[in-house]
Design a protein around this ligand. Structure first.
Ligand code: SER
Length: 587
C-alpha cells in the first residue's frame, strides 16, 4: 500500500525526470504579502515568476507546498474537505503548455501510480465572453483515451483558477476526478458534486491571462500551474472513501474516539482537521488573537473545543492530539519539533481560556432559545463579544438545532461597536475589537523608533532598506554587516520601550525636501519623494520623511519586543518585532 510520503516522493521524482527542479515549501504565512492571510496554493509564492520575472531555479519547478484555506471550512466533516492540506505542484514558467502538462499528469497517474484510468473523469472550461472553450484540452484528453462521456464542460466558476486576490495571473483549468464507485447521489451527480462519489485529485491550470482592472489580458508568457491534493490522492490509492482513514489522520481519529463518550464522525473529523491546521499555523509562530491570521487560528481552535464538548471528551485532549500530529509529520517538517513546546503550551492556554466561557455561552444560548426560537443580531453579537463565540460557531450550533439566526443583524451590531471603539475611550474592548488600521499605525510609529534606536546603538551607517507591517508584527530590513548581539538587541528594545514610556508626541510637519534634508530628517527613498514632503517627528528623538499614518503619542504603542533578527542578504539584516497590547498577550 502506498503511503502519503511515498506519493510525495514519487511525484517529485517523476517531475525531476521530466526536467523539473524541486523548490522548498514556502511558509503558510506569506512573507511578503500582507494582502492574503495564508498560502492557499503552491502557485502563491510564485506569482512574480508567473508574471514574467525569471525564477533562479529555471522554468520547470516542482514541490510539496503546505496550504491553509478556510473557504471550505463549513464542509469540513465530510469525506474530503480539509482546512490544512499538502499540495503537490509542478510548474512551467513560459516553457511547456497544455499538451505536455496533460500528458505528464496522465502518465504519472496511469504509469507511476497505476490508477485505473477507467475511473478517471475530467472537467474542462466551456468558454465565455472572456476566453474561448478549451477545445485543445478536450482534444488532448481524447487522444489519451478519455472518452467524451467522461469529459465535462463547466463555466468559469468551476473551471477557471485565480487570481488569488482581485488581480493577477489566472486562466482556464482542467480538473481530474476519481470515481470512488459510490452510487450517484442523484441523476445530476457528476464530477464536482460534493456527495463523495467523485474525488477531485488534480487541477491543471493554464495560466495565460492576467486579470487587471481593465479585464483579462494575455500574459507575457504561458504558464502551467498544477495542484494535486496529497490527502485525497493518498485516500484513493489506498482504496479509502475518505481522507480520515489514511495514516495522515487515523491515529488522530483513534485517539479522539478512545477519549470521547459519544461517537460522531463529523465532530471527530472537525477536531482532527482543525487541530492539524492549528499545529501547522502555530509551528510558524502564529498566536491566536482577535485579528486577521490570529483570529483564523483562534476560530479553528474554538470550533475544535466545541466539537470536543459535543462528543463529550475532555478538552485537554487537544494538546495531546497536537503531539500525534507532530509525530505524523515531523520528518517532513522539522519545525514541528523545534516548536513543539510552543505549540502545545499555546494550545493548552488557548483551550483553558475558552473552556471557561464556552459552557456559560452555551447556557446563554439555551436561555435565548427558551424565550424565542431565534437568535437575533444582538444576541449573536453578545455571544461573540462576551463569550468569545465566533459567528460561524453560533451558526453551526443554530444549524444543528434548526434555529434561525440573523447574520445581517450580527454584522450591523459588529459595525456599530467598531465605530464606538474608534471614538470611545481606548481599551474599551481590551485586546478585542481593535481594528487593524489602528494597530498598523502603532507598528508604523514603532518602526520609526526602531530605526532611530538602531542608529543609536549600531551607528549612523544603519539605513532602512525595507519595511513591512501587518496587524501582527513589523518587519524592518536595514544595512548592517554583522549579526546583532544579544546585548545590542536588548539595548534597542530598551530604548524603544523608554521612548514609549516617555509618551512622546508624534507630529507631522510638511516642508520642502531641501528643508527636510537640512534638519537631517531620515529619508532614504529620494526617488519616491515629491518637492514637498511630510516629516514625522517623535518628540525630539526621531525625524523621518514618511507618508504616515502614525499614532499621535508613543504612549499608545504597548510593549515593544524583538522576536527575530536574521540576515537576509549581503550586509542586510532583518528584524521582526511585535507590540504587546495587554497582559493577555504578554506570554
Ligand atoms: N492553483 C491551482 C489550485 O490551487 C493549482 O495549483 O488548484
Amino acid at each position: 500500500m502506498i503511503t502519503a510520503r511515498e506519493l510525495k516522493r514519487k511525484y517529485i521524482e517523476f517531475f525531476k525526470s521530466k526536467g523539473h527542479i524541486e523548490i522548498k515549501s514556502a511558509p503558510l504565512i506569506p512573507e511578503n504579502d500582507p494582502t492574503v492571510l495564508f498560502t492557499t496554493a503552491g502557485m502563491h509564492p510564485l506569482v512574480p515568476y508567473l508574471l514574467g520575472e525569471p525564477h533562479p531555479a529555471g522554468k520547470r519547478l516542482v514541490n510539496v507546498q503546505k496550504c491553509l484555506r478556510t473557504d471550505d471550512i463549513d464542509d469540513v466533516g465530510d469525506a474530503f474537505h480539509n482546512t490544512f492540506f499538502e499540495m503537490l505542484g509542478n510548474w512551467s514558467l513560459g516553457d511547456y503548455f497544455k499538451k505536455e502538462a496533460i500528458e505528464f499528469a496522465f502518465e504519472f497517474l496511469a504509469k507511476f501510480l497505476k490508477i485505473d484510468v477507467n475511473r478517471l473523469s475530467v472537467t474542462v472550461f466551456e468558454g465565455d465572453s472572456d476566453a474561448p472553450r478549451d477545445n485543445e484540452a478536450i482534444r488532448i484528453w481524447k487522444s489519451l483515451g478519455i472518452p467524451e462521456r467522461r469529459i465535462f464542460l463547466n463555466p468559469k466558476k468551476d473551471n477557471w483558477w485565480g487570481p488569488v486576490g482581485e488581480r493577477g495571473p489566472c486562466g482556464p483549468d482542467t480538473e481530474i476526478f476519481f470515481d470512488t464507485g459510490k452510487e450517484k447521489c442523484s441523476k445530476d451527480c457528476k464530477p464536482g458534486c460534493k456527495c463523495g462519489k467523485y474525488f477531485e485529485i488534480w487541477n491543471l491550470v493554464f495560466m495565460e491571462y492576467n486579470k487587471t482592472e481593465n479585464g483579462y489580458e494575455l500574459l507575457k508568457q504561458k504558464n502551467v500551474d498544477t495542484g494535486m491534493g496529497v490527502e485525497r490522492t493518498t485516500a484513493i490509492l489506498q482504496g479509502k472513501d475518505n481522507v480520515y482513514d489514511t495514516e495522515l489522520f487515523l491515529p488522530i481519529i483513534e485517539k479522539i474516539r478512545k477519549n470521547s463518550k459519544i461517537k460522531d464522525i463529523k465532530h471527530e473529523r472537525i477536531i482532527a482537521d482543525h487541530i492539524r491546521a492549528s499545529v501547522f499555523a502555530l509551528s510558524e509562530g502564529l498566536l491566536p488573537s482577535n485579528v486577521e491570521r490570529g483570529y483564523v487560528l483562534r476560530r479553528l481552535i474554538r470550533r475544535a473545543i466545541r466539537s470536543c464538548y459535543v462528543i463529550k471528551c475532555d478538552v485537554s485532549l487537544l494538546s495531546e492530539l497536537a503531539r500525534v500530529v507532530i509525530s505524523i509529520y515531523h520528518e517532513d517538517y522539522p519545525e514541528l519539533i523545534s516548536k513543539k513546546s510552543f505549540i502545545i503550551d499555546t494550545l493548552r492556554d488557548e483551550t483553558k481560556r475558552f473552556e471557561k466561557t464556552l459552557e456559560r455561552g452555551l447556557n446563554f444560548f439555551e436561555k435565548i432559545v427558551e424565550k424565542e426560537n431565534y437568535i437575533n443580531g444582538k444576541n449573536a453579537f453578545l455571544l461573540y463579544q462576551s463569550f468569545g463565540f465566533p459567528l460561524e460557531l453560533t451558526k453551526e450550533i443554530a444549524r444543528e438545532r434548526r434555529i434561525e439566526i440573523d447574520e445581517e443583524g450580527f454584522k450591523e451590531e459588529y459595525k456599530k461597536h467598531q465605530e464606538l471603539s474608534r471614538t470611545a475611550a481606548k481599551g474599551m474592548f481590551k485586546g478585542g475589537l481593535l481594528d487593524a488600521s489602528e494597530i498598523s499605525k502603532k507598528y508604523h510609529t514603532a518602526t520609526h523608533l526602531l530605526h532611530q534606536a538602531l542608529r543609536e546603538v549600531l551607528g549612523d551607517h544603519v539605513r532602512q532598506v525595507g519595511s513591512n507591517i501587518t496587524s501582527e508584527r513589523l518587519r524592518f530590513d536595514f544595512t548592517h554587516d554583522k549579526k546583532l548581539t544579544k546585548e545590542e538587541i536588548e539595548k534597542v528594545e530598551k530604548i524603544v520601550n523608554e521612548k514609549i514610556k516617555e509618551g512622546l508626541e508624534v507630529k507631522r510637519v510638511d516642508m520642502p525636501l531641501e528643508e527636510a534634508k537640512k534638519i537631517k530628517a531620515l529619508g532614504f527613498f529620494e526617488e519616491k519623494y515629491g518637492k514637498i514632503v511630510s516629516v514625522y517627528m517623535i518628540g525630539d528623538y526621531s525625524k523621518e520623511i514618511c507618508g504616515g499614518p502614525h499614532v499621535d503619542n508613543t504612549s499608545k504603542l504597548g510593549k515593544f519586543k524583538i522576536i527575530k533578527e536574521e540576515g537576509v542578504g549581503a550586509g542586510i539584516r532583518r528584524i521582526k518585532a511585535i507590540l504587546i497590547q495587554n497582559e493577555e498577550y504578554s506570554k
